[in-house]
Design a binder for this molecule. Structure first.
Ligand code: NAI
Length: 505
């Protein structure tokens, strides 16, 4: 199905943060756009604000002055909803309330032609429920932009039970023609992004609650080893804990209290205290003028390290070996089960077991576990944990080896799956379940997480890179350690492992 032609008039209802951004996107793409808001003057104010914003881009040399003039000329404020009657597409971005949105859609259905597509920018309501009771529910579709709409590339095209394929395809093509990266998804709680992202917050919140490390250290590991733009604490402080907690809570409720989505009491306490993050001046961090940004913990040691022994393959952590060699350390390679020996220390990539458990099960003294890094050849920090009884000399050896490779070592308590590995394994697991339930294709799920949240790699592609047997083992070990169904592996992951296939083949 082709995109709407630029001849088609677009109406945007609700001139708040999202509506204004969407109107700008459609006008920039060449459509005449009418913006309507029930509050008098809001639509005109929003257009003025767009004009000023584009003006700044012109001054910065990022936009042609002609383009600014043409875009703003295509935007018109309407004082009544009746003036939207000749639109080819109406996108509503009004208050997030099912009844209010339904009343608006009923009113639009009576007003607009039968061909007009009615799209909702809802981030949490069911598109199926929004369309229920309308005469033509097949032309109702979710068109979920991300904030700020002119900047964020992702658009989730959400099909409700009655949405026709033609409608969904037309909106997909239209979003692509507007320069966006659209994905198809079904109307299920959280769609793709707000569902699959839950473990990103949940695993860090749990680690903090269990005293695995402080916020600054966990955030630094997610950035410097995980290659995420921000860690969970700085990100939720930015989003606002009221908003982030409400999304988690609504997804948890909508999935009938599936413990995989269980909200965090620690975050609820912040909400209760009014510590909403940056906007209130305090969240996990403080934002007042004299607040000092806490530093991530780092171990330091300077033991002489000249050689190390690598036994077998370190799997996804093999990139470390080249780095050790480049640091001038002799690497002796021999067969084995994937261990690195430095002096008395035995180093292994976490497999989701606690170091104490693994040390006991494998009869391994001085066992030090390392966390996952997105790219061991370039990571600037790694998380470590060790089994009780490990000598301080063994730890010094490992920290010194990493220091020679210019990798900072941050110590975590002896916890299953450390922080990056457990988070990525859980993101991949959620993504796998979303794919299993046909919420989106593997390609669309990965694209959504990268384009919507700037993840460094889609969770499914990342799991392929780690190796699906290793991801499955991590989840099984996490589930064993906690005894909780929260960590139950997705059937799709198990199936791929049993078949020897991957998410992206
Ligand atoms: P907002 O509160 O900034 O703007 C909503 C606007 O709609 C207000 O100007 C209000 O006067 C107007 N409005 C309310 N009821 C109306 C009605 N019956 N008819 C006409 N105008 C009406 O809200 P925001 O943040 O722009 O969100 C709008 C929608 O977009 C919601 O459905 C929200 O869930 C969704 N969304 C929000 C995102 C965000 O980050 N803020 C991201 C993606 C989706």
């Amino acid at each position: 199905m082709r995109a709407l032609s630029t001849e088609a008039k677009i109406a945007v209802i609700g001139a708040g943060a999202m509506g204004a951004g969407i109107a700008q996107v459609a006008a920039q793409a060449g459509h005449s756009v009418t913006l309507y808001d029930m509050r008098d003057g809001s639509a005109a104010q929003a257009i003025d604000a767009i004009d000023r914003q584009l003006g700044k881009r012109v001054e910065a040399g990022k936009l042609d002055a002609d383009k600014r003039t043409a875009t703003v000329a295509r935007l018109k404020a309407a004082d009544s909803i009746e003036s939207l009657a000749d639109s080819g597409l109406v996108i509503e971005a009004i208050v997030e309330d099912l009844d209010v949105k339904r009343r608006l859609l009923t009113q639009l259905e009576a007003l607009c032609s039968a061909e007009c597509i009615l799209a909702s920018n809802t981030s949490s309501l069911s598109v199926t429920a929004l369309a229920a009771g309308l005469q033509h529910p097949e032309r109702v579709v979710g068109m979920h932009f991300f904030n700020p709409a002119p900047v964020m590339a992702l658009v989730e095209v959400v099909s409700g039970l009655a949405t026709s394929r033609a409608t969904a395809r037309c909106i997909h093509s239209t979003a692509a023609a507007w320069g966006k990266k659209p994905v198809h998804t079904r109307s299920t709680p959280g769609f793709i992004v707000n569902r699959v992202a839950r473990p990103f917050y949940a695993e860090s919140l749990r680690a903090l609650q269990e005293g695995v490390a402080d916020c600054a250290t966990l955030d630094a590991l997610m950035r410097d080893a995980g290659a995420f733009r921000m860690g969970a604490f700085e990100l939720t402080d930015l989003i606002g804990h009221d908003v982030n907690y409400a999304v988690t809570y609504s997804v948890f409720n909508a999935y009938y209290n599936d413990m995989r989505f269980q909200p965090s009491l620690m975050q609820k306490e912040l909400v209760d205290a009014g510590h909403l993050g940056r906007k209130s001046g305090q969240g996990f961090y403080r934002y007042d003028a004299d607040a000092e940004k806490p530093r991530a913990d780092e171990l330091s040691a300077d033991s002489p390290v000249e050689t190390c022994v690598v036994e077998g393959s370190l799997g996804v952590a093999d990139g470390l070996i080249e780095r050790i060699k480049a640091a001038g350390i002799t690497v002796i390679q021999r067969d084995g089960r994937g261990l690195l020996r430095v002096g008395d220390a035995v180093v292994a990539l976490s497999d989701g077991r606690m170091a104490c458990q693994r040390s006991q099960e494998e009869g391994q003294a001085n066992l030090i576990l390392i966390d996952l890094a997105k790219d061991y050849a370039n990571a600037s920090r790694l998380g470590l944990s060790y089994a009780k009884g490990t000598s301080s000399e063994a730890l010094d050896q490992v920290v010194s080896l990493l220091a020679k490779c210019e990798i900072k070592a941050s110590l975590l308590a002896d916890t299953p799956g450390l922080i990056v590995l457990r988070t990525v394994a859980m993101l991949a697991n959620e993504a796998a379940d979303a794919a299993l339930h046909n919420v989106g294709s593997a390609a669309d799920i990965d694209l959504a997480m990268c384009a919507g949240l700037n993840y460094p790699l889609g969770p499914l592609a990342w799991a392929d890179q780690i190796g699906l047997p290793a991801v499955l083992k991590t989840l099984i070990n996490l589930q064993g350690a906690y005894g909780e169904e929260r960590y139950r592996p997705s059937l799709l992951l198990r199936r791929h492992v049993a078949q020897g296939s991957r998410f992206h083949d």
